[in-house]
Design a protein around this ligand. Structure first.
Ligand code: ARG
Length: 565
C-alpha cells in the first residue's frame, strides 16, 4: 500500500506547498470505494491559498495528470480522490505479503535506535494487581510493535521491592511469621502479615517506629533484614513468573527499585549540586511550584529515600547503560503527577534526554458486576481470572467441537487470548469494563472471534490442499468486497507505525476486527473453492494472505493463532 501512497504523494508534491511527510499524513482511505481508493482532503490548504477546499480540490484534480498505477483522479467535495489500477493493487499487496510472510509488517524505521519499555512492575509481597496486568499487556504489545519497526527493545520489570513498607513487613514477620511456618510461605501469607501489622499498629504506635528502624537497617545493608527481605522477594517472583508464563510475557530484566539503593545518594548529590533542592520540614525536596506542581520529595526526614528518588536514579542508570532513544513507562493514569514531577527534575538537572521519557498511561479495568468475580466468588486473583477464562473456553469447545485434537492447548491460547484482547481493544486511556460473556463471545469484537476467523481460513486452505502457485491472474480479484479486503491487508504496515506513534495497541485490535469483517463480507459474497481453477487460485491466495496478516497482528498483541478451533 505504501507503494500507491508514495505515487500519490509525488503527484501532489508538484502542485502544493507541503512537505512530503505532511501530505502523506493527510491521505485518507474513503469508506466507500466508489469514492476512490485514496483521498486527499484540502481543508488545510484553504487558509494559505485563501480559497474554499472544494475549489482547491477541483483545481488540483484538473492540474494533476494520471500516471500508472493511478488510473483516475476526481474531485469530490473538498477531497481529491484517487483511483488506482485494481490489478496492480492486488498484485503488489498480495505478492508482498506472500513473500514476506511472518515478516510482513516488519520495517527498519527504528534501526540503530533503542527503546526501553518499563512495564508491569508489580510490588513484591503483594499480589499482582489488575493495573499490573493492564500494564503487562499494553507494555508487551508496545514492546512487540517497536520491535517490529526495527528498534532494539529492552523490557524492564521495575519491581516495587523497596520502601518503608518492607520495614513493617519484617517486623510482622519476626513477631507473627512463625504462625504460618508449617507450610511454604505464599504471597497470601505476606498479605495477611501486612494486614495484621496495620491492625496491631493501631493499638501500639510503637510498631511504626520499629518498622522505620528495620527499613533503615535494610537500607544500610543489615544482613538479617536483607535475608528476610530476599525471602519475601523470592516468594513473590515465583508467583509473578507463573502469571507471566501463562501470558507468554518475557522481560529482558527484572531490576527492582532496590537495585538503585547504592546509587540514590549520588543522584541526590547531583540534584543538590544543581542548586534546585530545598529543605522543607526536614525533608529534601525539589520545589516545582513554578511549574504548577507540588514538590518532588527526594529524602524524608529520617534520611530514607523515596519512589521518585529511585526513579530518577533508575533513569540516569538506564541512560548510561542502554543509551536509549526513548524510554516508555507503562503505568496507570493515577501516577501521572509522579511522572510529570520526576521528568521535570530530570530536565532541571540539565538532561536533554528528559523529553525522550514518555508516560504511557491507561485507565482502570473494571468488572461488569462490580467486583472482579469468578465462579469461586471471592475476591479474585489474576491467576484465577486467567484459569477461569481457559476453563470457560474449554466448555465452549467441548460443546461445539468435542473431537478437536489438542483441546487443552487450544483452550489455553483462546482463553488467555480473550483476556488479552478484551484488555487491549479499548483505547488505553479509557477504563475497560470486563464482562465474561462479552470477552468470550466468538461472534463479537473479541479475541476468540479473530482467532476463530484465522482458524477458518486455515481450514479452507486445508480443504484446498494444494501448494500455492505464483501464476495468478490478479485481474480476477476485482469485486468491491475483494478489493476492500485487499486494501485492508495493505494497510497493516502503516497501522503498526501509527500504533507505535501513539503507543496505542487498540489500533491493532481495531484493525484486526476490520480485516475479519472485510474477510467475512468477501466470504459471504464469493465462493473460494469452485470449478473455475484460475479464480480458485486467485482467491486462495487472498485467503492465505489474510490468514498471514491476522497471524502477524495477533503476534503483536501477544496472542497465539491456533490453526484449528
Ligand atoms: N511498582 C509501581 C506500582 O505498583 C509501578 C512502577 C512503575 N515504574 C516506574 N518506573 N515507576 O505502582
Amino acid at each position: 500500500m505504501d507503494h500507491f501512497i508514495k505515487n500519490i504523494v509525488s503527484l501532489l508534491k508538484e502542485k502544493i506547498d507541503l512537505p512530503e511527510d505532511g501530505i502523506k499524513r493527510l491521505i485518507e482511505i474513503p469508506p466507500d470505494p466508489k469514492m476512490g481508493d485514496y483521498a486527499f482532503p484540502c481543508y488545510s490548504l484553504s487558509k494559505t491559498l485563501k480559497k474554499s477546499p472544494n475549489v482547491i480540490a477541483t483545481e488540483l484534480s484538473n492540474a494533476i495528470h494520471t500516471v500508472r498505477p493511478i488510473a483516475e483522479i476526481k474531485a469530490i467535495g473538498p477531497y481529491v480522490n484517487f483511483f488506482v489500477e485494481k490489478e496492480t493493487l492486488s498484485e503488489i499487496t498480495l505478492k508482498t505479503i506472500s513473500e514476506e510472510r511472518d515478516n510482513y509488517g516488519i520495517r527498519s524505521a527504528g534501526k540503530g535506535k533503542t527503546v526501553i519499555v518499563d512495564f508491569s512492575s508489580p510490588n513484591i509481597a503483594k499480589h499482582l494487581a489488575v493495573h499490573h496486568l493492564r500494564s503487562a499487556l499494553i507494555g508487551n504489545a508496545i514492546y512487540h510493535i517497536y520491535k517490529t519497526l526495527g528498534y532494539r527493545c529492552v523490557g524492564i520489570n521495575h519491581l516495587g521491592d523497596w520502601g518503608t513498607q518492607f520495614g513493617q513487613l519484617i517486623v510482622a514477620y519476626k513477631k507473627w511469621g512463625g504462625e504460618n511456618a508449617h507450610h511454604a510461605y505464599t504471597v497470601t501469607d505476606l498479605n495477611d502479615l501486612y494486614v495484621k501489622f496495620h491492625q496491631e499498629a493501631e493499638k501500639d504506635p510503637g510498631l511504626e517506629d520499629e518498622a522505620r528502624e528495620w527499613f533503615k537497617k535494610l537500607e544500610s545493608g543489615d544482613a538479617e533484614a536483607k535475608n528476610i527481605w530476599q525471602h519475601f522477594k523470592d516468594i513473590s517472583l515465583k508467583e509473578f513468573q507463573k502469571i507471566y508464563d501463562m501470558l507468554g510475557i518475557h522481560f529482558d530484566a527484572f531490576v527492582g527499585e532496590s537495585f538503585y539503593n547504592t546509587m540514590v545518594q549520588d543522584t541526590v548529590t547531583r540534584i543538590k549540586e544543581k542548586g534546585i533542592t530545598k529543605v522543607s520540614e526536614q525533608a529534601l525536596i525539589v520545589d516545582l511550584e513554578p511549574y504548577h506542581m507540588p514538590p518532588c520529595l527526594l529524602r524524608k526526614k529520617d534520611d530514607t529515600t523515596l519512589y521518585a528518588t529511585r526513579d530518577i536514579a533508575a533513569a540516569e542508570y538506564r541512560k548510561k547503560t542502554y543509551d536509549f532513544d526513548k524510554m516508555i513507562y507503562v503505568v496507570g493514569s493515577e501516577q501521572k503527577l509522579h511522572f510529570n514531577q520526576f521528568f521535570k527534575v530530570l530536565e532541571l538537572m540539565g538532561y536533554n534526554w528528559a523529553n525522550c521519557c514518555v508516560h504511557v498511561d491507561f485507565g482502570l479495568m473494571k468488572f461488569k458486576d462490580g467486583k472482579m468475580s469468578t465462579r469461586k466468588g471471592k475476591v479474585v486473583l489474576l491467576e484465577d481470572l486467567l484459569v477461569e477464562a481457559v476453563e470457560r473456553i474449554k466448555e465452549i469447545i467441548e460443546e461445539k467441537n468435542p473431537s478437536l485434537e489438542n483441546k487443552e492447548a487450544i483452550a489455553r491460547d483462546v482463553g488467555i487470548g480473550a483476556v488479552i484482547f478484551a484488555d487491549l481493544c479499548t483505547k488505553r486511556s479509557k477504563d475497560v469494563v470486563f464482562d465474561w460473556d462479552e470477552a468470550l463471545n466468538f461472534e463479537g469484537e473479541t479475541g476468540p472471534y479473530v482467532q476463530y476467523t484465522h482458524a477458518r481460513l486455515c481450514s479452507i486452505l486445508r480443504k484446498f490442499g494444494k501448494p500455492m502457485t505464483a501464476d495468478i491472474n490478479f485481474g480476477l480479484l476485482k469485486e468491491d468486497e475483494t478489493v476492500i479486503l485487499i486494501k485492508n491487508l495493505g494497510q497493516f504496515p502503516s497501522v503498526i507505525m501509527k500504533a507505535a506513534e501513539f503507543y496505542e495497541p487498540s489500533l491493532i485490535c481495531n484493525y484486526l476486527i476490520d480485516v475479519c469483517a472485510s474477510l467475512n463480507r468477501f466470504y459471504n459474497a464469493h465462493r473460494v473453492l469452485s470449478d473455475d481453477a484460475e479464480l480458485t487460485k486467485a482467491r486462495i491466495l487472498l485467503v492465505n494472505t489474510t490468514r498471514q496478516v491476522i497471524k502477524n497482528g495477533l503476534r503483536l498483541l501477544g496472542m497465539q493463532a491456533p490453526e484449528r478451533m
